[in-house]
Write a protein that binds this ligand. Sequence first.
Ligand SMILES: [Ca+2]
Ligand SMILES: [Ca+2]
Length: 158
Amino acid sequence: MYKVVTGSAVLDRETQSEHRLQVTCRDAGQSALHSAVTSLVVMVSDLNDNAPYFQSREYQFLVAENNAIGQSVGHVTAEDRDLGENARLDYVITGGDLVSTVNFRLDGESGELRAVVVLDHETAPRDGFHFQVRLASSQTLHCQTTDVALYVHRAVCL
Ligand SMILES: [Ca+2]
Ligand SMILES: [Ca+2]
């Protein structure tokens, strides 16, 4: 029996997820005889070796007042170069003042941000609603946080 071993290279699924090899078997006799070539594929399985990261250090959203309750007002997104569970992301709102965090709900899977109240330009904070969104997952190597600012502008009357 023979086995395939790696050389000095470190296999990285994110760089190359499979390696195709051709193998020829040859005897040690004079005028060596060899078999037909066969091929084998080495599949590289995934380790959780990449931390997720937000695509932006901070997000700013501009929303028109008099929105519908439940209306989408923004979307935070992050990436993780790993695969499957190792790349599954959860988003949670952390930090921020109470008035900001109670006005919005974040979809933990998609990062979609929705207003849960009707926003009003005149009563919204002049410098916007502010809070943080954190990436959270049991598979997360370390948690990253991004800042979110949301400004309410006056509805345009036609
Ligand atoms: Ca990962
Ligand atoms: Ca990986």
